[in-house]
Design a protein around this ligand. Structure first.
Ligand code: ZN
Length: 370
């Protein structure tokens, strides 16, 4: 299993200039290889290497030998994705000076928080910024190739990490997670994630945003952008923390499947006043589910999406319709009171169990009775 993480680089002006120059020279090398590709209809890495390596080395002596190999690799993979047929002409593609630079394990190294990178003016060592989850990845995966990219004035090192494949669990329980409603997420065990404190922080963001939006000045707009960026990062970080806790709980509960709700209808489902809706909707539900999905995968737990029609209005004890008042679900049929999010999570679990058992039945070979 491969994952890519983006490391934001912390560079001095001098280092940034060295990368700019490297980017330019790398593009030049790629463009020189292109004529060999077109002339010889060749985008096989080894064959192209034989055709153009010495030519490029002679013409661009400032680019190190391993970097020339990386340029050839980049050109070959760019042509491979074009899927050119035998009857087609080979197009001449052009690499821009602002394009990404391919690095392999010989042209970079990572140690602790320091990245060492090849440049045409010598190796540079720089710090990079990571979040908790990226750090976790770096510690557990094997580093592979990478692409150096520039976005505006900021440089990123998009690093590919390889993780051992995990065997999918065949035995175990079913576990469900309901997102939204009063809290960010509620599991079928009854654990509630992201209640009070996080919601408060979110309200602070929203209040500030509303204030800035009503004030139309240019400085207010700039400030708004800054707030949005910070808010996005906060949401993402929170989703990482919560998804990690959810998957840990699933592992401890010996789950083989996590049931999640198909979110297509969530906007319709969540009721409340306007302020409540905007608070809930803007939270990245989809992102939270995705994080749960890949963190679960890494533990061998599968994820199944189901579409519950009335999970928040149905009583999880007797299946009749009840009524919800914020945190409380009340069933007039059996007379039970439940936490409304927990009730929804258990409904999701029951639906998941029925979906899983019905697919299991389909997979059992039918034996004819004679
Ligand atoms: Zn009931």
């Amino acid at each position: 299993m491969k994952r890519t993480i983006a490391l934001k680089l912390n560079l001095s002006q001098e280092q940034s200039d060295a990368l700019l120059e490297t980017q330019k020279v790398f593009a030049k090398a790629c463009n020189q290889a292109i004529s060999f590709v077109v002339e010889n209809r060749c985008w096989n890495r080894v064959a192209l290497h034989h055709l153009c390596y010495y030519h490029i080395r002679e013409n661009i002596p400032s680019l190190g030998s391993q970097m020339v190999c990386n340029a050839i690799k980049k050109v070959c993979s760019s042509y491979k994705v074009l899927k050119i047929k035998k009857s087609q002409n080979v197009p001449t593609i052009k690499f821009k000076n602002t394009g990404s630079v391919h690095y392999d394990k010989r042209t970079y190294s990572v140690k602790d928080s320091i990245l060492s990178l090849y440049t045409v003016t010598g190796r540079i060592k720089c710090e990079f910024i990571t979040g908790d989850f990226q750090r976790e990845y770096l510690e557990s995966g094997a580093v592979k190739e990478a692409e150096l990219v520039r976005k505006g004035k900021v440089w990123f090192f998009n690093l590919v990490l390889d993780f051992p494949d995990v065997e999918i669990k065949k035995e175990g329980k079913i576990f469900s997670v309901d997102v939204g409603e009063n809290n960010l997420a509620t599991t079928s065990n009854g654990t509630i994630h992201g209640g009070g404190k996080l919601r408060h922080k979110r309200d602070v963001f929203l209040a500030r945003r509303a204030k800035l939006q009503s004030n139309g000045s240019r400085s207010a707009k700039r400030c708004l952008q800054r707030v949005s960026g910070r808010e996005r990062r906060h949401v993402k970080e929170t989703n990482h923390i919560i998804s990690k806790q959810i998957v840990m709980e699933a592992v401890e509960s010996r789950a083989k499947i996590i049931v999640l709700e198909d979110l297509t209808n969530i906007r319709k489902r969540i009721k409340g006043n306007k302020r409540m809706r905007s608070r809930l909707h803007r939270w990245a539900w989809h992102e939270l589910q995705q994080f749960v999905e890949y963190k679960a995968e890494a533990k061998g737990i599968s994820v199944k999406y189901v579409n519950p029609a009335y999970s928040s209005q149905t009583c999880s004890k007797c299946d009749s319709l009840g009524s919800r008042h914020k945190h409380l679900f009340k069933c007039s049929n059996c007379g039970s009171y439940q936490h409304s999010d927990c009730n929804a999570a258990i409904n999701l679990l029951k639906l998941g169990e029925s979906v899983v058992s019905s697919t299991a039945l389909v997979n059992v070979p039918m034996v004819a009775v004679s």
